[in-house]
Design a protein around this ligand. Structure first.
Ligand code: PXL
Length: 254
């Protein structure tokens, strides 16, 4: 069986973060491995506290797992601090890992900052050159490039700039755009955009599930374009049937 590793924040609701990633790997028929990088106290209404995993313990988790096995693909979610970013980059090289899908998580769906000062720069400088795919949303693409990303034209400009940071393939998700849900892939040569009508409501964890489907597909040996198409369809179906498990945002159903 193929294996995929997520290094991400814990979200007790299971709607986003490490728990959503694991659930997605399972739904995709891939064996899920997981290392928490940070813990959050949260419910469907929001995040109330964040606790970093001590760097030496993150290192111990990575060394112990990776001495034993090599995942077919891995993804990173909420990394939170520059120290965490650096440890993951070092271990990625030390264990010759491949198929890194990097979701540069910056804010929660409820607007809480999920990253410390300096961590996004570290992600850009240290982890981007190791990534096979990055999956920023339009807000993250704006912060990372300094461009205003509001429409397809802006997404294309940002994708060009982001690829210049050493990433193989850039996928910008546009679910937060005003009128339509358009996602754009750029592989350095061609653009591929996929569009769906926008669904009503506030959804939790769409970016996590999207990048996890891509990770699972890469683990199974699919190419990046096919993985993108599968992820778009998976998230769309899961959003259409999303469930209200608490008082706040809807969680994806799959
Ligand atoms: O959706 C981004 C995200 C990622 N990781 C964790 C989160 C969230 C959003 O709340 O809690 C742990």
């Amino acid at each position: 069986m193929k294996t995929a590793l997520t290094i991400a924040g814990s979200d007790p609701t299971g709607g986003a973060g490490l728990q959503a990633d694991l659930r997605t790997f399972g739904a995709m028929g891939v064996y899920g491995l997981s290392i928490p990088s940070v813990l959050t106290a949260q419910n469907t209404e929001g995040v109330s506290a964040i606790k970093e995993i001590p760097p030496d313990f993150l290192t111990a988790q990575l060394d112990t797992l990776l001495r034993d096995l090599c995942p077919d693909a891995l993804k990173t979610g909420m990394l939170y601090s520059p120290e965490i970013v650096k440890i993951i980059a070092d271990k990625f090289r030390e264990y010759s890992l491949c198929n890194l899908v990097l979701d540069p998580v910056t804010v929660s769906s409820t607007g809480v900052l999920l990253i410390q000062e300096g961590a996004l720069d570290a992600i850009k400088n240290v982890l981007f050159p190791l990534a096979r795919v990055i999956t920023p949303n339009i807000y993250e693409a704006s912060v990372l490039t300094g461009l205003t990303v509001e429409d397809e034209k802006g997404m294309k400009e940002a994708a060009l700039k982001l690829r210049g940071y050493g990433v193989e393939t850039v996928i910008i998700t546009g679910g937060h755009m005003e009128t339509k849900a358009l996602d754009l892939l750029f592989d350095g040569k061609d653009f591929l955009s996929l569009e769906n009508e926008k669904l009503e409501g506030e959804f939790h964890g769409t970016g996590c599930v999207f990048s996890s489907v891509i990770t699972a597909c890469l683990a199974k040996g699919y190419g990046v374009h096919e993985s993108f198409i599968k992820a778009k369809e998976f998230v769309w179906n899961a959003m259409k049937t999303a469930v209200s498990i608490g008082r706040g945002m809807k969680c994806l159903n799959f």
